[in-house]
Write a protein that binds this ligand. Structure first.
Ligand code: 7PJ
Length: 288
């Protein structure tokens, strides 16, 4: 399975695709909120940032309006809608890119799909009431992510695993079964080990080292390590000095089967992805 049908666009997952992160929150995870310091979101600014990521080589833009930073304040559904829907409408109308929506709220999933989104990305794996049904009613693919603990607010309290790979794999395969039962075909599902979600540094490092074990699930893997605290902790770096560390994880993730790489720094990531692919597979595809 190498094609992912995302509304009006199709992604070729025989090559690794880069997903640019577009946070439309005033307190976003890792960009320090520079882009959206004003509480009122600027759709124009979002469009400019997304267009830059596209010209840097991203084929997907992940729009998120709810901060999943540990301990972040919850956002009302209305506020999330107000933040993300105008941006999704603008991006799908003006840019040749797959727009994904990073949300756990069924209302946001429905409205994002109507606004032209091409993928639903839910860090809570459709756990919220109504989310499974909302996705089933669209034709869109969905990314199911592993998180230990019920929510980002509490996930980092005491992460613990006997065998993290086995547990992440079991969790994801149960989520796939649940989706298939609800009418979401396997061809629509992307999986994500959930770096930083209910995991210590050692857990995150092990998860990346052994990520190829998730190949057995037989579905494309999305990987998000960009600027995360696992890099901060391993290197002793603040969030604005984590690019090189993030890129090291990208090369390893591509080598271990990652098909979609979710990042803030698109240009540098695209080079690392293409170089890693060239080493792994040769460069015929570059000359095509
Ligand atoms: C992830 C995400 C991730 C997926 C965030 C951040 C935190 N969605 N949304 N995977 N992380 N699928 O970007 O640092 O790892 S928000």
């Amino acid at each position: 399975m190498t094609q992912l049908k995302c509304a009006s666009r199709t992604l070729d997952l025989s090559r690794v695709q880069v997903m640019g992160i577009l946070n439309v929150t005033p307190d976003s995870f890792s960009d320090g909120g520079h882009l959206y310091r004003a509480s009122k979101l600027s759709v124009e600014q979002a469009l400019v940032h997304a267009a830059a990521m596209l010209s840097d080589g991203a084929s997907m833009i992940d729009v998120g309006g709810e901060s999943t930073r540990p301990g972040a304040a919850p956002v009302s559904v209305q506020e999330e809608l107000d933040r993300v829907i105008p941006v999704i409408e603008r991006l799908t109308a003006e840019l040749d890119v797959v727009v994904s929506v990073d949300t756990s709220a069924p209302e946001v999933m429905r409205e994002a799909a109507a606004a032209g989104a091409g993928l639903i990305n839910d860090v809570r794996s459709l756990a919220r009431e109504g989310a499974l049904e909302a996705v089933a009613k669209t034709d869109l693919p969905v990314c199911l992510m592993h998180m230990q603990g019920v929510s980002p607010a509490t996930m980092q309290l005491a992460p613990s695993y006997e065998d993290i790979l086995a547990e992440v794999s079991d969790f994801l395969s149960r989520q796939v079964a649940r989706c298939v039962t609800a009418g979401i075909a396997r061809e629509r599902i992307v999986l994500d080990p959930g770096f930083g979600f209910g995991k210590t540094l050692e857990h995150n490092l092990t998860l990346l080292r052994r990520m190829n074990e998730l190949d057995a699930l037989g579905l494309p893997l999305l990987v998000g390590t960009s600027r995360k605290s696992m890099i901060g902790q391993a290197l002793g770096r603040e969030v604005d000095s984590r690019l090189a560390g993030s890129l090291a994880t990208v090369a390893l993730a591509v080598e271990r089967g990652g098909r979609i790489i979710r990042v803030h720094d698109v240009a540098a990531t695209v080079d690392v992805v293409r170089m890693t692919e060239a080493v792994l597979y040769g460069c015929e595809q570059e000359q095509a």
